[in-house]
Design a protein around this ligand. Structure first.
Ligand code: WTA
Length: 671
């Protein structure tokens, strides 16, 4: 054990790291935290000073909210009266402050021989040009724009171009199926879709435009037609090692009335565009997250509060200093990419690596090769990636020099202590702080997280709240758990980055997050507080599950499975998985006279891929002649979870309508 490891479970930050950090002791953290809770206006008002405000906030109305449905509609407002523009703060302001020639992104493609970079000045010009392109196609302030793209530089350009003209971007992760994309285009009534011809993932070609064409057709059938589709030519990049894959990609499908090439449009566009000044609470973007009732929820974030929160969490949690090279491996299609690949880093004038590839191509050392190549100081990735890479042992790690690393981040799901320790010892060499950041699409930024120079770490604990965040643990009756204990993780007051509503559905927002415990925002996660006050996230306590950091709801998957004409009933539970964290285990009751066979299993897997996306494919689909139900017809998922892990210790089954079904289900396990 290194000298930093104290009593086996607590790890103190490295001394040098602490001394030089923005927040360099736990006492300092506590002081700042108290201030953020007691005087939010002073605390965030001070932070706001570094940004440009076209009009200032009204000091008498800086912060107001209601979290209690019994007192009226739920709302959160920060900086009423202020107006600003995100792209102006992220680009023009930094260029004016001397960062024109600083690299904003080192772009690293799918193949190591394919890379480029873009400076702040160039990024500003490209954003302005694309903003003018959007305008030329009739996109105006308040319109929505859907984006379905791989990790190419045109993606942040497109986002910030939307922000520049006050259009709301709705990015759909490019792993979603055409059905999912169609639903999302239709729900937000996107005027324009921005995409790309295709991309490679390792050696696998992805026909992205073809998926978009299907989605646009399906959206039209749902009643909404996009007026333009702007397409980036990405496949014409010569990607070495992917020649074979290139041959297999068909020529890009095209509709002359609707589709235009990005490059053709950009040629004529002017490289200057006056920003649209947006009110503090005007929408900035929406991002869909899975909902319990099938229909995805368009989580809406607004302007001023999101800027303050994304920039402040980025700066303090990653302790980003000028000159550092930061790398977040998340896809921009998820919230982690929005806040910590784009808005947070650029608001701080940071230099980031943006990565299109996978950890496994061309070899399993790709992450470590990229860290070494760019001398990355902060690496932010997911437990699922860490667990997958651990499998290959230390050799791929030892091929590279990782001494530039100072801070290691984890996000998306609880990190198991074994993975935490491997990350700490093998990647961080016992010198880096690990920030296990707990947050959600809805929270906009980190809400429970260590600060790297201040917080002593415990492997698997997200530790303490960030500035402005007031967590509580509640029991089933809404009574607060004080001291050591476990309960529902809730927040009793808003921080600047919290979501403001569900797009076009405020009642659903109030119902989903505020109805269970009046006065609190309910995360849907459980947490435990230990004797030292550390918070440990125990996982979802609603019907959601987390597969490789992708959140989905069991109800959503069940709805897809029962669409199949041979299926009478289905129940989906989560089962622990060594790499993915959790995986889907599905029980299927076929209709009378239908057989349950391999063909049906394959058809069901295909259906889930088509309706949701490849990442949602179930690991196990088993035959269930019946489901364990109570006499009132409620499926006892607790028992199904035991069957999924082959644990005979199912507990009390006396409330079941038919107890014999349990034995049948054990006998039917496919493995
Ligand atoms: C889970 C991702 C434990 C949690 C940023 C949450 C975590 C859901 C952590 C949100 C963590 C995220 N420890 N669990 N450090 N980070 N989660 O909206 O269940 O894709 O509610 O946002 O991921 O997933 P989402």
């Amino acid at each position: 054990m290194s000298s930093n490891e104290m009593n086996g479970t607590v790890f103190a930050p490295d001394n040098d790291l602490s001394e030089n950090a923005y927040v360099s002791s736990f006492e300092q953290y506590e002081e700042l935290y108290q201030k953020s809770i007691e005087s939010p206006q002073t605390f965030w008002g001070e932070i706001a000073k570094q940004f440009h405000w076209e009009t200032e906030a009204n000091p008498k109305d800086f912060f107001s909210y209601n979290f209690d449905t019994q007192k009226g509609p739920i709302f959160t407002k920060w900086m009423t009266g202020a107006s600003t523009n995100l792209s102006f703060n992220l680009l023009d302001r930094n260029v004016k402050n001397g960062l024109a020639d600083q690299v904003a992104y080192y772009w690293e493609g799918n193949h190591p021989d394919d890379y480029s970079r873009i400076t702040y000045k160039k990024l500003l010009q490209e954003v302005c040009r694309f903003a003018n392109v959007l305008k030329s196609h009739g996109v105006q302030r308040g319109d929505t724009v859907s984006i379905y793209m791989p990790m190419v530089l045109e993606l942040p350009i497109a986002m910030l171009a939307c922000a520049r003209i006050g259009a709301i971007h709705s990015i759909v992760f490019a792993g979603f199926s055409s059905d999912s994309l169609a639903d999302r285009i239709d729900d937000c009534k996107a005027k324009v879709l921005i995409t790309c011809d295709g991309a490679w993932r390792g050696e696998k070609p992805l026909e992205i435009k073809a998926i978009c064409d299907e989605a646009m057709e399906k959206a039209a059938k749902l009643g909404h037609q996009v007026s333009k589709c702007i397409v980036v030519a990405h496949l014409n990049r010569v990607t070495p090692g992917c020649v074979k894959a290139a041959e297999t990609i068909k020529s890009t499908p095209w509709n002359d009335d609707r589709d235009v090439w990005w490059n053709d449009e950009m040629e004529e566009a002017e490289a200057a565009c006056y920003p649209e000044w947006m009110a503090a609470e005007d929408p900035l973007f929406m991002l869909y997250t899975s909902g319990s009732t099938g229909k995805p929820k368009g989580v809406l974030h607004t302007t001023a509060g999101y800027l303050l929160y994304a920039s402040t969490t980025f700066k303090n949690v990653f302790d980003y200093k000028p000159g550092d090279i930061y790398w977040c491996t998340a896809d921009i299609g998820w919230i982690t990419g929005h806040t910590y690949v784009v808005y947070g880093p650029l608001a701080n004038g940071a230099s980031s690596v943006m990565f299109e590839g996978t950890p496994f191509f061309p070899d399993n050392d790709r992450y470590w090769q990229v860290v070494d190549k760019y001398k990355v100081n902060q690496l932010y990735t997911a437990p699922t990636a860490i667990r997958a890479l651990m499998k290959f042992g230390d050799e791929p790690v030892l091929r590279h020099n990782l001494t530039s690393l100072r801070i290691l981040g984890s996000v998306g799901e609880p990190i198991n202590p074994e993975a935490w320790l491997w990350y700490y010892r093998k990647i961080g060499k016992g010198k880096c702080s690990i920030v296990d950041t707990f947050w959600q699409t809805e929270t906009g930024g980190h809400v429970i997280t260590p600060l790297p120079g201040a917080t002593k770490m415990k492997p698997g604990s997200a530790t303490f709240p960030f500035f402005g965040v007031k967590p509580s643990l509640l029991d089933e009756n809404g009574v607060e758990v004080v001291g050591e204990g476990e309960g529902y993780l809730v927040f009793s007051q808003p921080w600047p980055g919290i979501m403001r509503t569900i797009y076009n559905n405020h009642p659903r927002y109030e119902e989903t997050y505020f109805s269970k415990f009046p006065g609190y925002y309910c995360t849907g996660d459980g947490a435990r507080r230990d004797a030292d006050g550390y918070l440990w996230i125990t996982g979802r306590i609603d019907d959601k599950l987390n597969v490789s950091g992708h959140l989905m709801s069991t109800a959503e998957i069940e709805a897809v499975l029962t669409e199949h004409k041979k299926v009478s009933e289905s129940a989906v539970v989560s089962r622990p998985h060594p790499i993915k964290g959790e995986c889907l285990y599905c029980f299927i009751t076929p209709n009378q006279n239908e057989v349950f066979d391999k063909t049906l299993v394959n058809e069901l897997k295909k259906l889930v891929r088509e309706r949701i996306g490849p990442f949602a494919q179930p690991d196990v689909i088993q035959h269930a002649p019946g489901l364990p139900k109570t006499r009132s017809g409620k499926i006892m998922r607790r028992i199904l979870r035991k069957i999924a892990i082959n644990d005979r210790n199912v507990g009390d089954t006396s409330t079941l309508a038919d107890e014999s079904i349990v034995d049948q289900l054990f006998a039917n396990r496919p493995e």
